[in-house]
Design a protein around this ligand. Structure first.
Ligand SMILES: O=P(O)(O)O[C@H]1O[C@H](CO)[C@@H](O)[C@H]1O
Ligand SMILES: Nc1nc2[nH]cnc2c(=O)[nH]1
Length: 315
């Protein structure tokens, strides 16, 4: 079995594409086969629990709430990267949610951890191979839109791939058509029908807090942004900024998954030089995530129920 070593080319400054063969279709089939040998059913929905939503294991997290759980730590999975971010549990949690079998990634991979983008997004392809058709990606993000307050939720209606502008994309390198086409369209990256339904669910369930939609961007991190950077992002039409999700969505759409994504606004970005008091921190991000967890768990449960009743087997 070939081994994926995400650090090889990354550290010597190359384009990170050379060792793609270490994560070839065949290699990931072996990864998928290992996972399949440990689970009783095919999951049709995959959920990425970000820093804002149960990336860490604790009572009340979405992953913890699954029925008949099967937990597989990332370090047990052949070819999988391992989580290095505080608060990211680093495990796949399988189980039932709203009466269907799902998989939660409890903790994700970020570029700033030293992984190339294709490797950050590699679990999406593994999900595809084990049967996932719908991806629900969640993240924590800083609010740039001046209407946003801490604790708000933003359905991602579109993204700006800033890292792609700089020539960094998880789909770089030789294209294997078994995943998807060389030039995948991204004008319908986020499923409009699911966004509409998610808004209905939020209203019907009287979920606590405010729900918006908006444009997300991912920067490489790990630093939070300068005032000038945030002002520039605002001018570009960005509503929320984070350090994840975009490369996952590109990879998911490339292999024809249907995507819904949302951000928990964990902090209001400081765009004023006169503000000498506010400092974003990962602790704040995790604290706000913990406070909003219950609501977001219910939100995801209801979205999964909607997908199970209305969208599965109808793609
Ligand atoms: O995108 P997720 O993983 O939710 O986490 C966000 O929050 C962390 C910073 O506090 C960064 O990792 C950023 O990407
Ligand atoms: N880049 C970035 N990521 C975040 N994740 C949570 N908050 C933020 C933020 O303000 N900026």
């Amino acid at each position: 079995m070939s081994v994926c070593n995400g650090f090889n080319n990354h550290q010597n400054g190359s384009t990170d594409t050379d060792d793609h063969n270490g994560c070839s279709y065949e290699t990931l089939l072996q990864t998928a086969q290992y996972i399949q040998s440990r689970i009783p059913h095919e999951p049709k929905v995959g959920i990425i629990c970000g820093s804002g939503m149960g990336a860490y294991w604790h009572e009340g997290s979405l992953a913890e709430a699954l029925g008949n759980k099967v937990i597989i730590p990332y370090h047990d999975i052949p070819n999988f990267p391992v989580s290095t971010v505080e608060g990211h549990a680093g495990q796949l949690v399988f189980g039932t949610l709203s009466n269907i079998f799902v998989v939660c990634m409890q903790g994700r991979f970020h570029y700033y951890e030293g992984y190339p983008l294709w490797k950050c997004a590699m679990p999406i392809r593994v999900m595809k191979l084990i049967g996932v058709e719908f991806l629900i990606a969640t993240n924590a993000a800083g609010g740039i839109n001046t209407a946003f307050m801490e604790g708000d939720v933003m359905l991602i209606k579109d993204h700006i791939n800033m890292m792609g502008f700089a020539g960094n994309n998880p789909l770089q390198g030789p294209n294997d058509n078994r995943w998807g086409p060389r030039f995948p369209p991204m004008n319908r990256a986020y499923d409009a029908g699911l966004i509409h339904e998610a808004k209905q669910i939020w209203k019907q369930e009287h979920l606590e807090g405010r729900l918006f939609d908006g444009v997300y961007t991912c920067l490489g991190g790990p630093n939070f942004e300068t005032v000038a950077e945030l002002r520039m992002l605002k001018l570009l039409g960005v509503d929320a900024v984070g350090m994840s999700t975009v490369h996952e969505v590109l990879t998911a759409r490339h292999c024809d998954m249907t995507v819904l994504a949302f951000s928990l606004i964990t902090n209001v970005c400081v765009m004023d030089y006169q503000d000498h008091d506010t400092m974003p921190s990962h602790e704040e991000v995790m604290d706000v995530g913990k406070v909003r967890q219950g609501t977001l768990k219910l939100f995801v449960e209801k979205i999964v129920a909607y997908i199970a009743e209305n969208r599965l087997n109808k793609k």
